[in-house]
Design a protein around this ligand. Structure first.
Ligand code: ACO
Length: 352
């Protein structure tokens, strides 16, 4: 198998690496993000398989939060010492087996579990879910212990919709491999979380912030980056297997960050832009034949940081968005009914 070999057909998204464009469920990324909240994006991604409307999904997510909360909260001591991703895995494990329930009930319960597991791991537990509220705003309220501002809800929603789906990336492929064995949705989501964790995939935004802290000021960026590359390390938030142009998600997230910070133009953003320009120059000189551009994780780090989210939780927040795409791919894989079983070329010793 070559590195980008086509394995499947999908109706979910088209990652156009040469153009630097992304189409999700028929929508250009920027338009999708501008016009859809979390439940509406879920409706678009799940529609080829189940005809649920956005209000139906929003209501089901609300009921799932209200149903799951007492169950997960009664085990809250278990969440305290876990990492954010481990807390999400635990919440999925603790979801009751509802094999007889409608698919929407099972699915929204597991999507809600990812959010509530993270909320409990962060220590918030004073409030009760509001089953009538919009999902992202209610999760933020539970997490913070107080109502978030409209700008914060909008920024987090735009982030989650922006990262909701992205072709056959490593975590989505993992989810499809698990679904193809006729295993259950929770197992596919748990497997996908494991693949997302790595810094070559969804684990990069925390290290992006570490990198910006280490560089501190644009005038240090060139020397710092050259030393990193000379030591054989990679610059986090740059490069992509498919995009040969700038990752279109970077600018959508940068816009979301600018809108969030409209009131108090951010020094952090100006510094990050200046550092980004220098790092791109250093990467171009380092690998002139390979277009190493800014990827989604660079502005993810800045946006989630501006929302007051700790860097250790960045990948788990990413998972809240990507869970929409993972589950859609599980449905798409289930519809094929085919086991995924690639072959490897044997290069070991031959029998004597
Ligand atoms: N910094 C420095 N060098 C880089 C970088 C980078 N960020 N990215 C790629 N390169 C170099 C590699 O060292 C390699 O050099 P070599 O040919 O001398 O060995 C060359 O460019 C090609 O690298 P590959 O690993 O083949 O590129 P690939 O397409 O497999 O990598 C990846 C994609 C893993 C994202 C890579 O660019 C990377 O490690 N980036 C940093 C981590 C990061 O930002 N991850 C988030 C990705 S976005 C997401 O998954 C949500």
């Amino acid at each position: 198998m070559t590195s980008n070999e086509t394995l499947f057909e999908t109706c979910l998204s088209d990652v156009r690496g040469d153009e630097g464009a992304l189409i999700i469920a028929g929508w250009p990324l920027a338009e999708l993000v501008a016009k859809h909240d979390y439940a509406a994006a879920a409706a678009l991604l799940w529609r080829p398989f189940y005809p649920w409307s956005a209000p139906e999904i929003s209501a089901a997510l609300g009921q799932a939060r209200a149903r799951l909360w007492p169950l997960l909260q009664s085990r809250r001591a278990l969440f305290a010492d876990l990492s954010p991703l481990a807390a999400q895995r635990l919440a999925l494990e603790l979801c009751p087996d509802r094999a007889e329930a409608p698919v929407l009930t099972q699915l929204t319960e597991q999507v809600a579990a990812l959010g509530l597991g993270l909320v409990l791991q962060q220590g918030a537990q004073a409030l009760q879910p509001d089953a009538t509220a919009e999902h992202v705003s209610d999760l933020l309220r539970l997490w913070r212990g107080q109502a978030p501002s409209t700008a914060e809800i909008q920024a987090l929603s735009r982030y989650l919709v922006c990262v909701s789906e992205h072709g056959l990336n490593a975590s989505t492929f993992t989810a499809r491999v698990i679904a193809a064995t006729a295993s259950d949705l929770a197992s596919a989501l748990i497997g996908a979380l494991g693949a997302l964790k790595g810094p070559l995939h969804g684990g990069a935004p925390g290290p992006v912030l570490d990198m910006l802290d280490a560089i501190a000021a644009p005038e240090n960026a060139r020397a710092w980056a050259e030393a990193e590359l000379a030591a054989g390390r990679r610059l986090m938030g740059f490069g992509h297997r498919i995009y040969r142009q700038r990752d279109p998600r970077a600018d959508v997230l940068k816009q979301a960050l600018q809108d969030l910070q409209q009131q108090h133009a951010s020094e952090d953003l100006r510094r990050a832009e200046a550092i980004e320009r220098i790092l791109l120059q250093v990467l171009a000189a380092h690998k002139p034949t390979r277009a190493l551009q800014t990827n989604v994780e660079y502005y993810t780090a800045l946006l989630l940081h501006a929302l007051g989210i700790e860097r250790e939780a960045f990948t788990a927040v990413f998972a809240l968005g990507r869970a929409l795409g993972w589950s859609a791919h599980v449905f798409e894989q289930q519809a094929t009914g085919r086991l995924i079983r690639p072959a490897a070329v044997y290069t070991g010793p031959l029998p004597r």
